[in-house]
Design a protein. Structure first.
Lengths: 297, 264, 317
């Protein structure tokens, strides 16, 4: 009984870790874009969907191997992200916050319904060469996809950390998110930095999309809605605007969801994410990694 | 400083050893201060001395880390801003905080909020009481606007007023809460010398006309010298001097604090 | 008699004429079944949009979980009629009050949050409500609560809507409404005017939630079913879009937004695959070119139309 419980717990932790990696990848884009524009980019979950579809086309129609497909999906989604920013968000820079939020919702609907028109609402399955080879380790089940997800996520996060901390563009991004006006005065091209942020965030979300396609084998035009919102929860959990926060937040959320569906009921899985959201907002709205800021009177 | 018993107070406003700490920084430290009815008191100090923080402590925006604040004989530590206002204290802000998308008259009507007696059903069904009180509030608000020469702007949006008029509207709005004590945070900021002079005369007139006590923040000493009866000087959160304008003018520490600035 | 009372009576007169005209067309079947259904839907959406406008437009509290309260009304009303055998009035009262109670319980802790955080919290709460309903077998779980009698009639929907519009209009033009507007404009200043900001935020939120509940009862008793899929955050976004389209803070704007969007949806219902796409493009274009919505925060009135013609004076009420 006891070892059964431990076994179940470990198994759910493994499942949660791979699910959480996906959330983390999406959450990173959320947090970066929020940090720089103070915009909840509701369309971000749909970029993840777009990435999954590009990945689907590459692997299933053109029979490309995993890695090139992943890179093409990331590049393609980065372009889509930049186009969205250019057309829908840039003209709204000085508009009321609610108007930008509505625009983001509009973009989200557009991507979802555009994809329904383009690819039909039916779910698509990734080609079977990615179906699981299952490893048994001391009674635990780990499949090859979970390993691919974990490795890809770790590599991508390291790459992102390098870009943000070591490159000139990364420094510019941090400067803009700290104080856009001051950054502009320092000669930083704000528009380029924002475009780059969308590109990076979108590429990460696309990677998440392809990985999910490989993991669950099935994608559909509305697949971005729920993970999109949950990734935002993850970003808030870690402290919005804070990159390591999004990583940790995503992982925690994934693990909690896996534990809830493993030990309570899978129908309450989604409620768990929102319950975490409410609790964190009420008790630590700045997130796990955030600093407390008070309004100056 | 003051020598009263630590729990009883005869003053309108009484700060007893008040401090506030923000993450290790003592923004206001051990300040003792009192104001009696109908007094006009100045609170001065260089920029960053903690004057506005002191205001925020008095008006319930911040809760003191140590010490007690009494208003009208009651301890008000930890009371919320709106409760402090309901007890008879009103304030203006250094960076003007009007209801900018609303008409000027509504800015003032909002300030009569706590004098409205009708309840929600009476408002929805528009009873006689509703009309009587609404008419009453509108009339009173117009009177106040007249005093501040704002009556012809009554239906303009507050954000469209010129700067000086916005400052006046903020004072009018504060007075509409019918306070016993009015706190003005750098009311002359951004005004030219002529406007400033008029404002100072108006402040004195307000005190007499509305039977108020007034606490005035200024960082420019010369301004308050002419109009205030007593002055408190803050520096780095500490109260370094208090007394009549004459005493302050000749106080060594004050001169040091303002070194480089002329003390008139 | 006061001029405001006269204005109210005139507005009621207009409502009565409008009612008679539509009712006549329904009775003589000039308006067919399809548009009758959409008429009732328009009224339900008007209630939803104007009630959300109380929260988002007047009080400036960004809520995007309105579908949750709509759901509570729909389900509680249906429980009253289907499970407990009560009449429609009981369903309406219970649906309204229970949505209000949930709104109060939800609003009290969350309304401390500002801006985006409140938005995302209300979104989350709306979803939690839906997921809970999904898991309650008593009300049909994932397959929904079926067999609800059609007790909502056109006259009932119309006059309930008119009553709610009057409520909201008079609320706005009272000290209560002014307190809410003050909070929207500058919360710290509102506080120093002696306004208990939490109290008024919760009040606006509770009232808005209650009316969403009323709309829910009308909804489930017109469409025979209460189904969790009707109350997703898509619904909340829909309502929000109506409010923003008309202009945040404008009640007549919310009414117009609800009419326009319901109408567009209905007109495009033959092209379901294009409907949402056109809808989304319209949303983006509107925000790009008129982010303040059709009316801004002004109310549409005869005076406004007149003043547009003459380029003249302002309107009130």
């Amino acid at each position: 009984m006891d070892s059964g419980f431990m076994h179940q717990l470990l198994q759910q932790l493994i499942n949660g870790l791979s699910l959480g990696s996906i959330y983390a990848l999406i959450a990173l884009g959320y947090t970066m874009i929020y940090g720089i524009l103070k915009l909840i980019n509701f369309a971000h979950g749909d970029i993840y969907m777009v990435g999954a579809y590009i990945g689907y086309v590459c692997t299933t129609i053109f029979h490309l191997p995993f890695l090139p497909s992943l890179l093409i999906a990331m590049a393609g989604s980065a372009v889509v992200g930049m186009i969205i920013e250019r057309i829908a968000y840039r003209p709204m820079r000085n508009a009321p916050r609610i108007a930008i939020l509505i625009t983001a919702i509009g973009v989200s609907f557009f991507l979802e319904n555009g994809m329904i028109l383009l690819a039909s609402p039916q779910p698509r399955t990734f080609s079977s060469e990615f179906s699981a080879s299952v490893y048994h380790m001391g009674g635990l089940v780990i499949n090859s996809q979970q390993i691919i997800i974990l490795i890809s996520t770790v590599v991508l996060m390291l790459a992102l950390t390098y870009i943000v901390n070591r490159t000139k563009m990364g420094k510019a991004m941090r400067a803009v998110s700290f104080d856009a006006d001051a950054a502009r005065l320092m000669g930083i091209n704000i528009d380029r930095v924002i475009g780059m942020t969308f590109a990076l965030g979108s590429a990460l979300a696309a990677a998440g999309g392809v990985l999910v396609g490989v993991y669950y084998n099935s994608i559909d035009p509305l697949m971005g809605m729920a993970p999109g919102i949950k990734a935002f929860v993850a970003a808030v959990l870690g402290g919005i605007g804070i990159i390591p926060g999004a990583m940790v937040g995503g992982i925690i959320l994934g693990i909690v969801e896996a534990l809830v569906s493993g030990f309570i009921s899978s129908t309450f899985r989604d409620a768990a994410a929102f319950a975490i959201l409410i609790l964190i907002l009420l008790y630590k709205p700045q997130g796990l990694f955030g600093k407390n800021v008070r309004e100056k009177v | 400083m003051t020598t009263e018993a630590k729990t009883e107070t005869r003053h309108l406003l009484d700060l007893q050893n008040v401090s506030i700490v923000f993450g290790g920084l003592r923004a206001v430290s051990n300040v003792n201060m009192y104001i009696d009815e109908h007094e006009l008191i100045g609170l001065i100090g260089p920029n960053g001395a903690g004057k506005t923080t002191a205001f925020n402590l008095i008006t319930g925006v911040y809760v003191p880390t140590e010490g007690d604040i009494y208003f009208d004989g009651k301890r008000i530590n930890g009371k919320k801003s709106y409760q402090v206002t309901q007890m008879g204290m009103a304030r203006t802000f250094q960076n003007i905080r009007l209801f900018s998308e609303l008409p000027v008259i509504d800015n003032v009507k909002i300030a009569y909020h706590m004098h409205i007696q009708y309840n929600l059903p009476e408002a929805i069904f528009r009873t006689k009481k509703y009309f009587r009180e609404e008419d009453d509030v509108t009339e009173k608000a117009m009177e106040l606007l007249k005093i501040f020469h704002l009556e012809e702007h009554a239906n303009d949006l507050a954000k469209n007023l010129p700067y000086g008029a916005q400052r006046r509207l903020e004072i009018a709005r504060a007075l509409a809460t019918e306070p016993k004590l009015l706190l003005l945070d750098e009311p002359a900021a951004g005004m030219n010398p002529q406007e400033t002079k008029e404002l100072m005369e108006m402040i004195r007139w307000l005190r007499d006309h509305f039977h108020l006590a007034i606490l005035l923040i200024e960082h420019d000493m010369s301004l308050v010298m002419g109009v205030c009866q007593r002055i408190y000087v803050l520096e780095y959160g500490l109260c370094i001097a208090n007394g009549t304008p004459d005493e302050i003018r000749h106080n060594k520490r004050v001169i040091e604090a303002y070194l480089g600035e002329e003390v008139s | 008699m006061n001029s405001l009372v006269k204005a109210d009576i005139r507005k009621l007169g207009i409502a009565a004429v409008l009612f008679a005209a539509i009712y006549g067309m329904l009775e003589t079947e000039i308006i067919g079944a399809f548009w009758e259904l959409n008429l009732v839907l328009i009224m339900i959406n008007i209630i939803l949009a104007t009630s959300l406008n109380m929260i988002n437009g007047y009080t400036g509290q960004f809520s995007i979980g309105h579908a949750g309260f709509f759901a509570i009304g729909a389900y509680m009303g249906a429980i009253m009629t289907v499970k407990l055998g009560y009449d429609m009035p009981v369903a309406l009262i219970v649906g309204t009050i229970s949505a209000g109670i949930v709104g109060f319980l939800v609003g009290l802790p969350t309304l401390r949050l500002n801006g985006d955080y409140l938005a995302i919290a209300t979104l989350g709460l709306g979803e939690i409500i839906r997921i809970c309903i999904l898991n309650i077998e008593y009300v049909g779980g994932a397959s929904g609560l079926m067999g609800i009698p059609r007790l909502t009639t056109f006259p009932m929907a119309f006059w309930i809507m008119v009553a709610i519009l009057f409520f909201i209009k008079n609320f706005k033009n009272s000290a209560y409404g002014r307190a809410c507007l003050a909070i929207r404009e500058n919360e710290i200043a509102a506080d120093t005017m002696g306004i208990d900001t939490t109290r008024y935020k919760v009040m606006a939120f509770t009232l808005g939630a209650s009316f969403a509940g009323t709309a829910g009862v009308l909804f489930s008793h017109y469409f025979f079913i209460a189904h969790p899929a009707s109350f997703t955050f898509m619904r909340s976004f829909d309502i929000l879009t109506m409010v923003v389209l008309g202009g945040l803070g404008s009640m007549t704007g919310s009414v117009t937004g609800a009419i326009v969007l319901t109408f567009i949806s209905a007109a495009l219902s033959d092209f379901p695959e294009w409907r949402m796409l056109i809808y989304s493009v319209a949303m983006i274009v509107l925000m790009l070119y008129r982010p303040q919505g059709l009316f801004g925060d002004k109310e549409l009135s005869l005076q406004m139309i007149r003043s547009l013609k003459m380029g003249g004076k302002k309107n009130d009420d």
